[in-house]
Design a protein around this ligand. Structure first.
Ligand code: 4AD
Ligand code: MG
Length: 435
């Protein structure tokens, strides 16, 4: 082959190189042959392009014969003349002159109409699909946009531990690991450690995996998910809510701007995301119960929302909504009691539109050490495990708040995915740890 530099497929689809000899590389996405012709479509990380071989135009007969033999997912280098071809995907085609097969693939096990179970077994190959690739790009943009926003707002990114000695979100969903002679747990949330960091850095965030031993088999639950968490000194519930909505709106706008192609492929109108403007509607928990009652759903004070309630609460909304001031007994020990009504805490859950469910969990934090001890006792927690955390209220305690965002749930909503497992390359669920 020549010394021409390799171009990415999307550079070829830009159209500026029409009429020129070009070179690209990737994997065979589709192929068929008929007589003196081979019709292939080549896939790389940026897209797909048609590459057509006409035996008479080829500079090497061996290349032509190899192309005929090469099966789907073979890796190839292709060189030829770029032409406009309205019938081809993307509107352009390479009229091939040279075709080098880097590796002849075996028969690819994934074809159309296979069961979800089979595709999960072959996940290491299924991650090549255009759908999972588009969603992975949206996830990349989410991280990039979030870091951009936090950086502009003066937050520091920090690195809390994943192996921990105490629960942040209650014992029921803890994964235990052997830790030499001792017990340790996989982190459910970085929150308690982020709280320790605000005394030096004031505004901090982290992006870590979080683990929940939840048996729930729903379209929203993973046992390992990516958690974007922030903690802000000198900030109450109101300031915390503003940070959450500004951050999410920034992410939605950036994804609309950077991932137009992927969103369209996934059937999400980028305009849906450009509409995500602050402020988001807010409802107190008690109002949410009233609204549900009007829609024929009776919940008891203290009940959590299931998927049907989340869907009902968001069905008439274009924006995500906040549900604030939850009953104390329904929420974690660290949430601050509302001084005006101690039956509730100063917290919010943010619910995504279209029934994608709870995407943020947040609160102002309790600063009174005795209240914290009381709440821990009520949960039967081992106070000793939390002594270090209680220390944070003994040396220069300040009002502070924070939140955790479930990255995959946000990606599912942005991408209009059917199931959360589409938003992570190797999903971990109660029934699946392999591949
Ligand atoms: O509401 P959660 O449990 O809140 C916390 O962990 C707080 N300590 C966060 C903080 O304030 N720093 O979890 C936060 C978010 C949820 O709103 C949800 O989006 C996501 O994490 N999440 C899950 N995502 C996927 N699978 C699961 N099993 C999840 N559990 C929580
Ligand atoms: Mg929650």
């Amino acid at each position: 082959m020549s010394e021409l530099p390799f171009k990415k497929v999307d550079e070829l689809l830009g159209g500026e190189l029409v009429g020129e000899r070009v070179r690209t590389r990737g994997w065979i996405y589709r192929t068929r042959h008929k007589g003196k012709m081979v019709f292939t479509v080549i896939r790389d990380s940026s897209g797909i392009i048609q590459a057509t071989l006409f035996k008479g135009d080829m500079e090497s007969e061996d290349d032509f014969n190899d192309a005929k033999k090469a099966l789907v997912e073979s890796s190839v280098e292709v060189e030829g003349i770029l032409v406009e071809e309205p019938r081809a995907p993307g509107g352009y085609e390479i009229q091939v002159r040279r075709f080098h097969v880097v590796h002849f693939a075996e028969i690819f096990p994934i074809t159309k109409d296979q069961s979800e179970e089979f595709l999960m077994d072959k996940r290491h190959l299924w991650v090549r699909s255009r759908r999972l690739t588009a969603i992975a790009k949206i996830k990349h943009s989410l991280f990039k946009a979030a870091r951009e926003w936090f950086d502009e707002q003066g937050f520091y990114e920090v690195t809390p531990p994943i192996l921990t000695g105490s629960a942040a979100e209650g014992g029921a969903t803890l994964f235990e690991v052997k830790y030499f002679g001792d017990k340790a747990y996989l982190s459910q949330s970085a929150q308690l450690y982020l709280e320790a960091m605000i005394f030096s850095l004031e505004n901090v965030y982290s992006i870590t995996p979080s683990f929940r031993a939840e048996k729930s088999r729903t379209r929203k639950h993973l046992t390992e998910f990516w958690h974007l968490e922030a903690e802000e000194a000198w900030t109450g519930l109101e300031g915390n809510i503003k940070i959450q909505e500004e951050l999410l709106s920034h992410i939605a706008h950036r994804v609309a701007e950077w991932n137009r192609k992927e969103l369209e492929f996934l059937g999400r109108d980028p305009k849906d995301l450009l509409k995500i403007e602050t402020p988001f509607p807010r409802y107190r928990y008690s109002e949410a119960l009233d609204n549900l009652r009007k829609k024929g759903v009776e919940l008891e004070w203290g009940d959590d929302f299931g998927a049907p309630e989340e869907r009902k609460l968001t069905e008439d909304e274009e924006l995500p909504i906040f549900v604030t001031h939850w009953p104390t007994e329904a929420k974690a020990f660290y949430m601050r009691w509302d001084p005006k009504d101690t039956r509730v805490v100063l917290n919010d859950d943010m619910l995504a539109p279209e029934g994608y469910g709870e995407i943020f969990g947040a609160s102002e934090r309790e600063t009174d050490v005795n209240h914290l001890i009381e709440r821990l006792k009520a949960e039967d927690a081992n106070i000793e495990d939390y002594e270090w955390y209680l220390d944070l209220r003994r040396y220069g305690s300040v009002q502070h708040s924070g939140f955790g965002m479930g990255v995959e749930r946000v990606v599912a909503w942005l991408s209009k995915a059917e199931h959360i497992r589409e938003t992570i390359p190797f999903p971990r669920t109660p029934s699946r740890i392999r591949p």
